[in-house]
Design a protein around this ligand. Structure first.
Ligand code: PLP
Length: 440
């Protein structure tokens, strides 16, 4: 192997070199095959090397790949915006395109603050988020994130935003019904708003299903309905961070659709382009856009690659593929089978305390003691070792450790492409079982 000049996640490690992919499989240059059990970073939702996307990519590139958003719109981006407006709930009809999930959440943060300025309430500029959360790696997005491991080196640079608990049904206090627990957790938002002062709070941000900092933690019914009520009561915008959950991952267009709640903004990324090109978005309500249109008339955000025709054409092809192959329904159906198989594993293997998920976004939480649910100390790195063993065996699994030592567990995410078949799920489960069994 030639000397590498590329900065990789682990600087000392030698990474296999990818050769190609097809469907749920990836192949390295040594000819080893991997099941993409986590769609990369929960991204490749329609699988690898889909012809329709490659053709759309080529067709757009032959015409024009880049035209700056301050100069031109494009057919691809207009059609993509219309498709998202059709899919999004309520009056979420407007899309601001960016290139990564972090840019999408940070754009939502900026739009929320600007919206209140344009309404003559400039002190409404704080964003409330949750301890167990991940909204991105840039400073604004990280300020809103509870992911301790990703925050800790940069804390002096981050905004000290108020934070509340997220419902975590596996670790719910004994003797409290799920229904009451949902309300208790949601009511923490009201307490936080009152403590800070509603005149200071611009927005609340939450992932409908917690991803990287929890491992597919699904809230109880009633939680998001109550969150919406509280946001309305105190004039606080609700941002649903759907970077991981959006575009069918949980079995509906958006994760929040499971609870019939309409946010004021939805952020998207990952599955929006299924990883074929960088693409992400902030979807915004009529009310917010009308206010800004009638005020300054200009949204103060944006990046060089925002709304570039190449990524728009790719994303459009991905969304059309999702529609044509009924992938929302497939994610719901095959995801239920995946969860059933993961729950069988959890019943059998002492290391797995919980198997959970929604649609094709599932998680396993590893515990020291299944009866008491005592978590492993993070220094044990159980999820890291399971991931390494799975990799050796040819299965990719995603880490979900937020670093809230002793509070949130040590978890992994299993989230294969939405196109996975039952037979392929069985193959995935076989490899996963071997990996978990080989970790003590
Ligand atoms: N929001 C959520 C819910 C995510 O899961 C992620 C990435 O994992 C992000 C935001 C940040 O996205 P990106 O890594 O594309 O910047």
């Amino acid at each position: 192997m030639k000397r590498s000049y590329v900065i990789k996640p682990e600087l000392e490690k030698i990474y296999p070199v990818i050769s190609h992919g097809k469907g749920i499989y990836l192949f390295d240059q040594e000819g080893k095959r991997y099941i993409d059990g986590c769609s990369g970073a929960v991204t490749v939702s329609i699988g690898h090397a889909v012809d329709e996307v490659v053709e759309a990519m080529y067709a757009q590139a032959k015409e024009v790949s880049f035209a700056y958003r301050s100069h031109f719109s494009s057919e691809a981006v207009e059609e993509l915006g219309a498709k998202l407006a059709e899919w999004a709930p309520g009056s979420l009809n407007w899309t601001f395109f960016v290139s990564s999930g972090s840019e999408a959440t940070e754009t939502a943060q900026k739009i929320a603050i600007q919206y209140w300025q344009e309404r003559g309430k400039p002190t409404k500029n704080r964003i409330i988020s949750r301890w167990m959360s991940y909204h991105g790696i840039t400073m604004g997005a990280l300020s809103m994130s509870g992911h301790v491991l990703r925050r800790k080196r940069f804390v002096p640079l981050l905004e000290d935003y108020p934070t509340i608990s997220a419902p975590y049904p596996y670790r719910k206090p004994d003797g409290v019904s799920l229904e009451d627990y949902a309300l208790q957790c949601a009511n923490e938002l009201e307490t936080a708003i009152l403590r800070v002062g509603p005149e200071q709070v611009a927005a609340f941000i939450a992932e409908p299903v917690i991803g990287a900092s929890g491992g597919a933690v699904v809230p109880p019914d009633g939680y998001f309905q109550r969150i919406r009520e509280i946001c309305d009561k105190y004039e606080v915008l609700f941002i649903a961070d759907e970077v991981m959950t959006g575009i069918g991952r949980t079995g509906k267009a958006f994760g929040i659709d499971h609870w019939g709640v309409v946010p004021d903004m939805i952020t998207l990324g990952k599955g929006m382009s299924s990883g074929y090109t960088p693409m992400a978005a902030t979807v915004v309500s009529d009310e917010i856009i009308e206010t800004i249109k009638n005020g300054s008339g200009l949204i103060m955000a944006g990046h060089t690659y925002s709304a570039n025709p190449q990524s728009a054409a790719v994303s459009l092809a991905v969304l059309k593929y999702v529609e044509k192959h009924s992938l929302f329904e497939k994610a719901a159906e095959q995801g239920a089978y995946l969860l059933e198989r993961l729950q069988e594993l959890a019943a059998e293997l002492p290391l797995i305390g919980d198997a959970r998920g929604l649609g094709m976004l599932c998680g396993l939480e590893f515990v020291k003691d299944k009866d008491t649910k005592e978590p492993f100390p993070l220094s044990h790195n159980v999820s890291g070792r399971v991931i390494a063993k799975a990799f050796e065996k040819g299965l990719l699994v995603y880490p979900a450790v937020g670093g809230l030592e002793g509070i949130a567990g040590d978890s992994v995410i299993i989230a294969p492409p939405l196109t996975i078949t039952k037979a392929e799920i069985d193959e995935l489960i076989g490899l996963l079982k071997g990996a978990v069994e080989s970790v003590q």
